[in-house]
Design a protein around this ligand. Structure first.
Ligand code: SF4
Length: 350
């Protein structure tokens, strides 16, 4: 039997027939800067005969990543400005991000935290840092929701996840625990009974926000993994990124959103791509994004409509792009209003 192995280097990509030898030098340069990984499930899914394969585009490195646009920045959504203790991002009063791990099973080429994740990234919180993060959450009774993100929190072992959930179980003001993950899609076998038991160990309401960008990612195995989670009482929502060459087409997006609803994953966020370094080849303009999202209205059920949102650079939170928070000021520039009423230029001036 032909065993498909995880891919973690340019050599592995060449052996798997995913990149051409002529691209080796440029791709080594990309891989030295931004982590590379594809799981067997994703490697198998790529159509090697299609030069525009939307799965390959998301995960196989490209020399275009070496081009840094002037508006791009290492911390595009301003995590660092809102991090009171290591591993915590506290942007809104009622919720915090808990970034326990900066490792992912795959490394998305458009990742908004690409300078933080991977072997050269911020690593995993040690026991003392983890305790300090729990102490911080404990000390602020306004914190209603803890969002585990990273990195991908479901790369942690069931034992480690169970320990985190038990620690959060003791914090009475925390009612909701949310995970942002790609694991049900990129490593569906990881969603087993032990992992589900660990997720339920806190006794609190658990949500999983599943990151997928193209309907082909929702394979029968991925759908079965989601069914195991939902059947266990874990609520699921989706998050996708609007990406040039992957899903910047109303028909492609409609298929993805309908498939989410069919597998009991409620469409939640459609992110405008962030200003992460070396990702300009993925970015549609705001105007193009608005047209694509407008074309979804009426075409598919209200159940299938995600919120199209922008993470305002600098850490000012999210704004709904299709609403009144975005005001065009000409030449592709906008004034964006944050949830506190503050106004910001987009793209940012500095
Ligand atoms: S899984 Fe999420 S954090 Fe990890 S590389 Fe992809 S977008 Fe970035």
């Amino acid at each position: 039997m032909n065993v498909v192995k995880p891919i973690k280097s340019v050599d592995d990509l060449m052996k798997a027939g995913l990149v051409a030898p002529a691209d080796r030098v440029a791709l080594e340069e990309v891989a030295a800067r931004y982590a590379v990984a594809l799981t067997p499930a994703i490697s198998k899914l790529i159509d090697r005969a299609d030069p525009d394969d939307p799965i390959a585009r998301q995960f196989v490195p490209d020399a275009a990543e070496l081009t840094i646009a002037p508006e791009e920045r290492a911390d595009p959504i301003g995590d660092h400005a809102h991090s009171p203790v290591e591993g915590i991002v506290h942007r809104y009063p009622d919720r915090v991000l808990l970034k326990a791990v900066h490792v992912c099973p795959v490394y998305c080429r458009f990742c908004f935290r690409r300078e933080m994740v991977g072997p050269q990234g911020l690593g995993t919180l040690d026991a003392a840092a983890m305790q300090a993060a729990f102490d911080y959450i404990h000390s602020d009774e306004e914190i209603w929701e803890v969002i585990l993100t990273g990195g991908d929190p479901l790369v942690l072992s069931s034992r480690r996840l169970g320990e985190i959930m038990e620690a959060l179980a003791g914090i009475t003001h925390v009612k909701i625990i949310r995970f942002h993950t790609r694991v049900p899609v990129v490593d569906p076998e990881k969603i087993d009974a032990a992992l589900i038991a660990a997720l339920k160990a806190s006794g609190k309401t658990v949500y999983i926000a599943l990151h997928a960008n193209h309907v082909r990612e929702l394979t029968p195995e991925a759908r079965a993994a989601c069914a195991r989670l939902v059947d266990a009482g874990i609520a699921m929502v989706s998050q996708s990124v609007l990406l040039k060459g992957v899903n910047d087409d109303p028909d492609v997006l409609a298929k993805l959103m309908k498939a989410f609803v069919e597998i009991r994953v409620k469409p939640y966020y459609l992110h405008h791509p962030d200003l992460a370094p070396g990702t300009s080849h993925f970015r549609v303009t705001i105007e193009e994004g608005q047209e694509i999202v407008a074309a979804l209205r009426g075409r598919i059920s209200g159940l299938c409509q995600p919120a199209y949102i922008l993470d305002i650079p600098g850490g000012h939170g999210k704004a709904v792009i299709s609403g009144s928070a975005m005001r065009a000021t000409g030449d592709g520039c906008y004034t964006v209003t944050d949830y506190r009423g503050g106004e910001h230029s987009y793209p940012p001036a500095d």
